[in-house]
Ligand binder design. Structure first.
Ligand SMILES: CC(C)(COP(=O)(O)OP(=O)(O)OC[C@H]1O[C@@H](n2cnc3c(N)ncnc32)[C@H](O)[C@@H]1OP(=O)(O)O)[C@@H](O)C(=O)NCCC(=O)NCCS
Length: 204
């Protein structure tokens, strides 16, 4: 049986650079994560490329997901990277302006976000707490909290919960509860969101 721990669990083929990983996190095989952060309890499945992204707590990222695929400059005579990765071609200095532009467009995900298989989230997109992204979606616009989107480009399929339940869950911030509290309250996490909110509304 696989047992995770406070120390992040990394598959030997995963590559993690310049990133922060929270407790109880997991990165699966052949995933590349760079200039990003992964909140507590979040996990990333196989063959992901995640760059310049902030991922909240308790997020589930399926396989073959791309978060923040870099854009190339389209206003130059060529979109090819020799104009900015010049050094590796022996053309002189790299063009830092392009890298700064990319840096200024991070992908930001809240807590309890589920990203379906093969989805792509474009630069600069913000995804709210509790949202779900369907398989193979291309997300080009911000996604509201507790909203399910899918398709190319991604459009709203339906809200995950009523506004009342979504607001209560967001206000409750259960994702900040301690490990012990989560263990204790696990039976309630297996009930409906309505019952959960009814029981814990008002608690921190
Ligand atoms: C997006 C998703 C969560 C929606 O689930 P749902 O709310 O139960 O939606 P439904 O199955 O009732 O479908 C509602 C509509 O959305 C469409 N739809 C559902 N998933 C879609 C997707 N990924 N892309 C495009 N359209 C999709 C359906 O065709 C349906 O359209 P219609 O009303 O015109 O018939 C689910 O379909 C999905 O993509 N899950 C991701 C699974 C996955 O990748 N898992 C990886 C392992 S973690």
């Amino acid at each position: 049986m696989k047992l995770l721990s406070k120390e992040p669990t990394l598959h030997p083929t995963a590559v993690v650079e310049k990133s922060q990983l929270g407790i109880w996190t997991e990165i699966s095989a052949h995933t590349y994560l760079s200039d990003s952060s992964l909140g507590d309890y979040s996990y990333v499945m196989e063959y992901n490329q995640i760059v310049n992204s902030t991922i909240g707590k308790f997020c589930s990222v399926a396989s073959f997901v791309r978060l923040n695929p870099s854009n190339h400059p389209l206003n130059r005579p060529t979109s090819h990277h020799f104009t900015y990765r010049a050094a590796m071609f022996g053309f002189g200095d790299d063009d830092e302006e392009i890298f700064a532009w990319r840096k200024s467009n991070p992908v930001t995900m809240g807590h309890d976000v589920w990203i379906g298989h093969n989805a792509t989230v474009m630069p600069g997109v913000r995804i709210g707490n509790g949202a779900a992204i369907g398989s193979s979606a291309v997300v080009t616009r911000n996604v509201d909290p507790y909203t399910i989107v899918a398709g190319v480009p991604a459009k709203v399929i339906r809200p995950r919960f009523s506004d009342h339940i979504a607001e209560k869950l967001e206000a409750m911030q259960w994702w900040n509860w301690s490990h012990e509290t989560l263990r204790e309250r696990l039976p309630d996490f297996r009930k409906s969101a309505e019952e959960f909110v009814e029981k814990y509304c008002g608690e921190q």
